[in-house]
Write a protein of this length. Structure first.
Length: 119
């Protein structure tokens, strides 16, 4: 059996101190929320659909995820609350899009990584 733990306490104290100084707990907590939101299969499916289509109506999202508009709206509101998505209203319709390219990049990179892993 291979031992995968270090036998010493700290190998490179300078690197440890550098990393500790750059890690800001508030940023870690708020970033964790992004990953928690996207860890939900339904929300990830919605977010991915929004990388494929620039903008989608709530009713179209409901069809994509095969749910009610209320369920789709609930998940979209959660994405909007964390500023992963944004919306606009046009008459009785509400359209959602991803908030910015960082969100698109995050989702696309995750899917690209998964595709590479499957090769």
């Amino acid at each position: 059996m291979t031992n995968d733990t270090c036998e010493i306490y700290c190998f490179d104290e300078e690197k440890v101190n550098n990393a500790q100084q750059k890690i800001i707990e508030e940023e870690i907590l708020s970033t964790t929320e992004i990953f928690k939101l996207l860890a939900d299969e339904t929300r990830l499916k919605i977010a991915y659909a929004l990388t494929l289509e620039e903008e989608l109506c709530v009713c179209d999202v409901a069809n994509i995820i095969q749910s009610s508009t209320a369920t789709a709206s609930y998940h979209l509101r959660l994405l909007k609350k964390q500023r992963l998505a944004d919306s606009r209203k046009e008459g009785k319709l509400v359209f959602y899009r991803l908030d910015d390219n960082h969100v698109k990049d995050l989702i696309n990179i995750a899917f690209a990584h998964r595709r590479e892993e499957l090769k």
